[in-house]
Design a protein around this ligand. Structure first.
Ligand code: NAD
Length: 374
């Protein structure tokens, strides 16, 4: 154990103080009561994001560490064990995953699988008594998202969604403007998130498969949608959306480009776009007496922007994967301190509600669809 891991941890002291004050230590699940070390995280799905971003980020975190892996590929497991020093007892395949319930090394299960597997693995992790972090988009639709929230509530574990931008300081500065409104009433938002990719349909790519949650809207569109909601500081009430495909040989049954206009109360609108065919990365708010924007607004580093009064959003947090480390440390502290995470399941569910309406509008050829008030 490193000196850092064995030194008195302020979060541990805060936790004990809170427990003593509340007299509820005996009620806590084992994983939460035993917090004298960083929380143990098990990554489920060892693809690109786990390998290149989350595992390296977990080497930078203070309040959590990579303790386990869940994978369907034995060769990957071996390589990860060697690289990250993961003992055999903390390695699971998808079938035997539920045995994780008996593993005291694992406090948090981080679901980093294709989108159609977010719900089943969240339900299984919650049933195993583990806190859950789940990648975006939270689920395939709002009903799945609600089931995930309910399961975590029922098993008294936390659920946080991997919307890393909400842990980024320049994004947080822009989010705060929704309340302080230094440029008067917000009038119009524009949010665009996309990239040019997928030059062929060859191979088994779940991002091109509707049944596994493929398409630009699920993948990149949620950044624009989430940004529109945090920039407005309000929930959209209706949407009109159009989906288009420029390369039908590649995009079969999933959207390549989606444009959607969200309507908020008081006439505020958000014109949003996402695409797998075009690079776009900008968030802008036009207000009664000024504007502000971030470009890029969603990136692993270098998020920056400015406002019409000359202010700049240019705080730096270090190189990739500092953002993911911030997110996981913040979510770990929320568990240790027994408070809600910054981006709880409900935040993902709100996006899924809007996303259901966006898909419904696009299917109906751009008809206006109201978004259920949840
Ligand atoms: P990936 O394709 O690189 O990895 C997916 C992993 O899931 C692979 O290890 C694969 O073997 C495994 N898997 C298990 N069952 C599968 C199935 N039925 N089909 C396909 N793969 C299966 O994907 P990724 O880029 O790592 O994305 C995983 C999740 O992380 C997605 O939800 C994605 O939206 C999210 N993600 C988030 C960010 C972010 O910045 N927050 C970035 C990238 C990906």
């Amino acid at each position: 154990m490193s000196a850092e891991h064995s030194s008195p941890d302020p979060s541990r002291r805060r936790l004990l103080a809170a427990l003593g004050a509340a007299g509820i230590a005996g009620m806590l699940p084992i994983a939460r009561a035993r917090a004298s070390r960083p929380l143990g995280v098990a990554l489920v799905g060892l693809g690109y994001y786990s390998r290149d971003l989350l595992a390296p980020a977990l080497r930078m975190t203070r309040h959590c560490r990579l303790a386990g892996i869940v994978t369907g590929t034995p060769a990957k497991a071996e390589a990860w064990q060697r690289r990250h020093g993961i003992p055999d007892r903390n390695v699971y395949d998808y079938t035997g995953f539920d045995r994780i319930a008996d593993n005291p090394d694992i406090d948090v299960v981080y679901v980093v699988l294709p989108n159609h597997l977010h719900k089943p693995f969240t339900l299984r992790a919650a049933a195993a008594g583990k806190h859950v972090w789940c990648e975006k988009p939270m689920a395939m639709d709002a009903a799945e998202a609600l089931a995930m929230i309910d399961a975590c509530r029922q098993h008294r574990v936390q659920l946080a969604i991997g919307y890393r931008m909400q842990h980024e300081p320049n994004t947080q500065a822009v989010m705060a403007l929704a309340t302080s409104q230094p440029f008067g009433r917000l009038q119009r938002i524009r949010a665009e998130a996309g990239f040019h990719g997928f030059d062929s349909a060859s191979g088994d790519n779940w991002r091109l498969d509707a049944a596994r949650g493929g398409g630009a809207m699920y993948d990149m569109g949620v950044y624009a949608l989430n940004a529109a909601r945090y920039t407005a500081g309000a929930e959209p009430i209706a949407v009109t959306a159009t989906s288009s495909i420029q390369r039908p040989d590649i995009f079969r049954g999933v959207d390549e480009t989606m444009r959607f206009r969200l309507e908020f109360r008081d006439g505020v609108t958000a014109d949003c776009a996402t695409s797998f065919g075009k690079n776009m990365n900008r968030l802008r708010a036009d207000c009664a007496s000024g504007w502000y924007e971030l470009s890029p607004f969603q990136a692993y580093e270098g998020v920056r922007g400015e406002a019409s009064d000359g202010r700049r959003f240019d705080a730096a947090i270090g190189t990739t994967p500092a953002q993911q480390a911030r997110q996981m440390d913040a979510d770990a502290l929320a568990i240790l301190e027994r408070r809600a995470p910054r981006v709880p399941g409900e935040e993902g569910w709100r996006d899924m509600q809007a996303l259901d309406a966006i898909f419904a509008s696009a299917r109906a050829g751009g008809k206006r669809v109201e978004i259920a008030a949840g």
